[in-house]
Design a protein around this ligand. Structure first.
Ligand SMILES: Cc1cc2nc3c(=O)[nH]c(=O)nc-3n(C[C@H](O)[C@H](O)[C@H](O)COP(=O)(O)OP(=O)(O)OC[C@H]3O[C@@H](n4cnc5c(N)ncnc54)[C@H](O)[C@@H]3O)c2cc1C
Length: 440
């Protein structure tokens, strides 16, 4: 017998939470239920899978530990852009060959188009604005590599990127003492990530999918011809399961996941709205999604209400001293890069988990040895487009409408386990020190 209970939402203090109407609270699972498919995680990946399945008439539930968008899907920078791997296009070609690299990049573009198409179809504005993404050279010497990269992208992928000098940047409103030129990629747009994930969840409910909040899955075991998903106050039995917990995944659900993902932090701050005079003082008036050329990059954009969003990558440990150090570093970097705004108040700051994998690419497919259990995760910090399209693809695999071999090869490889998993954060820390030194 299935009962439900509504629990208060756990907030994280983000600007996105404050900028959308109070969200629907999905009831907690109390009791037992049977579904054809159970999805773990109510972010873009899990909800996209559930939406496709529900629209195809399949009974599906989403089990979420907290609430829709509690994970990175409600906390990110809102850059709906290319990405999903830490391998650049040259490395992709070296590893997978030109044809597969092209397929993979085309898949990323298709992900962006899917998000755009959804928002249009659903008549959901989601604070959408601007076109493309700007990479800003943080050293003069990086201009040569940006130029070479533009030529490489054109020759191998037909991507028409535009190179901008420092003077072009100033003329187009990308002012800052540390920006020495830029490369504009024509793909992607900015959005309010929480508005998008909420719209996605509404579509899931409208299509007949069931979402349970406050229902962390604590165990996944085989039970006859079904999987048994244990939660605090009940369980679900389902023939197929989708793992979509990404950087919030429990390592023991299922045990196969142990040591195969590496959650790291990304943090964001949002200022109060800036006046015309303040924007002019910095010379920054562009609203394009922007990032610098550091390996441990900063990402930033002017929001429609003229607040400035500034994000950093790099936090590894989630304890009080490490979080304080991340905050201090972010503050110093912001003041350094946008000196005219060094006294401008920050009104919101928060952080969230992104999911890295040893393979450096995501995994979308059936988990080896666990028949009927599928995974869609590992977006390496760029998941709005990737998780959205991959959720749909995993639904296609479940329904037998798509073969694993039809996906780009970089997505087909199950995550490898990190050697000595207990130490994985420590050796990433070592790598980050090295990247920090290279970024100087
Ligand atoms: C600060 C920050 C900035 C970012 N900026 C960008 C950006 O600008 N552009 C971009 O493309 N990407 C960005 N990303 C990455 C992007 O947000 C993620 O890749 C994407 O949201 C992942 O979606 P997902 O559905 O796979 O996972 P998530 O949105 O993280 O959702 C996973 C959900 O699973 C739930 N869960 C996990 N385990 C269980 C369990 N056992 N039982 C029940 N529920 C469970 C969690 O509670 C969570 O809600 C950013 C990430 C962060 C943290």
């Amino acid at each position: 017998m299935l009962q439900t209970r509504t629990e208060p939402l756990k907030t994280i203090g983000s600007y996105w939470e404050a900028s959308v109407p109070p969200q629907k609270q999905d009831r907690q699972l109390i009791g037992n239920a049977v579904f054809e498919v159970a999805v773990i995680g109510a972010g873009y990946a899990g909800l996209s899978a559930a939406l496709k399945l529900a629209q195809s008439g399949i009974s599906v539930c989403v089990l979420e530990a907290e609430h829709v968008g509690y994970g990175a899907s409600g906390r990110n920078g809102g850059f709906c852009c290319l990405g999903g791997t830490t391998l650049d296009e040259r490395q992709l070609i070296r590893k997978f060959g030109l044809e597969e690299a092209r397929k993979f990049v085309a898949y990323q573009v298709a992900g962006i188009n899917l998000v755009e198409q959804r928002l249009t179809e659903w008549q959901c504005d989601a604070g959408r604005h601007s076109q493309g993404e700007m990479y800003l050279a943080h050293r003069t010497k990086d201009m040569a590599s940006l130029g070479a990269h533009a030529t490489f992208l054109k020759e191998n992928f037909g991507i028409k990127a535009r190179l901008l000098s420092k003077e072009d940047l100033s003329a187009e409103g990308y002012g800052g003492p540390g920006f020495h030129g830029g490369l504009h990629l024509p793909y992607g747009f900015a959005l309010n990530p929480m508005a998008y994930v909420q719209a996605l969840s509404s579509e899931v409910r409208r299509a007949g999918g069931k979402i349970f909040g406050k229902s962390p899955v604590t165990g996944l075991t085989r039970d006859g011809d079904r999987w048994h998903l244990e939660t605090e106050h009940g369980f679900v039995r389902a023939r197929k399961v989708v793992l979509a917990g990404n950087g919030y995944t429990r390592e023991d659900t299922p045990k196969w996941l142990h040591g195969r993902t590496l959650p790291v932090m990304s943090s964001i701050r949002v200022t109060r709205p800036l006046s015309d005079a303040e924007l002019e003082a910095q010379g920054w008036t562009a609203d394009t999604m922007s990032a610098d050329t550091r390996i441990l990059l900063h990402y930033f954009r002017l929001l429609p209400d003229r607040r400035f969003l500034f994000g950093t990558r790099g936090g590894i440990f989630e304890n009080t001293p490490a979080l304080a150090a991340m905050e201090k570093r972010t503050d110093a970097d912001f003041k350094n890069m946008f000196p005219a705004w060094s006294e401008v108040e920050t009104e919101y700051s928060w952080y969230g988990h992104v999911c890295l994998a040893r393979n450096l690419t995501p995994f979308v497919g059936e988990v080896p040895g666990l028949k009927g259990v599928f995974a869609a995760m590992g977006w390496h910090g760029s998941g709005i487009a990737m998780a959205s399209i991959s959720g749909e693809k995993v639904a296609g695999l479940i329904m037998g409408k798509l073969e694993q071999s039809e996906l780009p090869v970089p997505l087909q490889r199950p995550f490898a386990r990190f050697p000595v998993p207990a130490l994985r954060k420590l050796y990433l820390q070592g790598a980050y020190w090295w990247y920090g030194w290279k970024d100087r």
